[in-house]
Design a protein around this ligand. Structure first.
Ligand SMILES: [Zn+2]
Ligand SMILES: [Zn+2]
Ligand SMILES: [Zn+2]
Length: 302
């Protein structure tokens, strides 16, 4: 779909589904583009028993333009994640190895649509471009500078069951690069919530993001109205226009050990790879701390 901009034309990868067009580098459009169905949000996939549109989280009765920590039950129950401009407040939250989930105001909340506790649900706001990288296939870069802590995009796809995720991973050929992200959250009383998101057949711009061992984005599960989290990517530092956007597929960030939240333990994963015949993919991120291989996603959960 061609969208007329200010004197220039961009092909919108999202076909108008995002509020900002997702550009495709013009010289790349002649190349074969992977076939997939664009969806700005997660969709219910095989084995997922939760209706993602169902509202299962409570709302707040706040009548303010924007919710206040002193009086808002949403903010009191889960803590304030964003500042007044919608920027992530605790920028060190992934450095500890743990990150607490974020709960945004939802459709049951009586605050306005511009409440600062509504960020990921507003969707893509930045001009991003999918382009052909020099040696790593497709990638995503930003066409504008991004401030540290800003929400960039979701990693959206089919939400599938563990069995389906395992089945799909084993069926993957080694040259395919789409990652089924496994998010494992510890929910207080020893129980663990696992979410599997596969962007291969249905996904958003996030499916084109490359892995880096020294990424500039970090991932956090964000909940709006459903207990099924959205996998939201935020800027881990100030990012310049034209920089490639990357995240650590294993969930680690800023040279810290991978967050427990999105865990792949490489030693266990290596073992799994030898038993399952999975090929480890070489990492070409070029970072000084590069671990030489891409993380294995699900194998650790076998
Ligand atoms: Zn609110
Ligand atoms: Zn409120
Ligand atoms: Zn609320």
């Amino acid at each position: 779909m061609d969208v007329a901009g200010e004197g220039w034309h961009v092909v919108d990868l999202s076909n108008g589904l995002e509020s900002v067009a997702v550009a495709i580098e013009s010289s790349s459009t002649v190349l074969t583009f992977p076939e997939f169905q664009y969806s700005p949000e997660n969709v219910q996939g095989p084995g997922c028993t939760v209706d993602l549109s169902e509202v299962t989280l409570p709302g707040c009765p706040c009548l303010f333009h924007s919710c206040l920590t002193e009086s808002c039950c949403c903010l009191q129950a889960h803590g304030q994640a964003y500042d007044i401009t919608g920027t992530m407040l605790d920028l060190n939250r992934t450095d500890t190895g743990y990150s607490s989930p974020v709960f945004e105001c939802n459709v049951l909340c009586s605050c306005s649509d511009s409440c600062s506790n509504r960020v990921v649900q507003r969707g893509l706001r930045l001009r991003l471009e999918v382009y052909r990288t020099r040696n790593r296939g497709w990638g995503v870069r930003t066409l504008e500078p991004i401030k540290h802590g800003t929400f960039v995009c979701e990693y959206a796809g089919e939400v599938i069951s563990f069995d389906e995720a395992r089945h799909r991973q084993l069926a993957q050929k080694s040259e395919e690069n789409n990652y089924i992200i496994a998010v494992r959250e510890h929910a207080g009383t020893g129980s663990i919530i696992e979410t599997f998101v596969d962007p291969d057949m249905v996904g958003n711009v996030g499916r084109f993001l490359n892995h880096s061992c020294l990424p500039n984005l970090f991932m956090l599960p964000v909940r709006v109205h459903s207990m099924v989290p959205r996998l939201a990517l935020f800027a881990g530092r100030d990012i310049d226009a034209q920089e490639e956007l990357t995240f650590d597929y294993s969930g680690g960030y800023s040279n810290q050990p991978p967050a427990e939240l999105l865990s792949t333990k490489s030693d266990v994963a290596m073992q799994a790879s030898s038993t399952n015949g999975l090929q480890r993919k070489v990492c070409r991120c070029g970072a000084k701390n590069c671990s030489q291989f891409l993380p294995l996603d699900l194998s650790v959960l076998n």
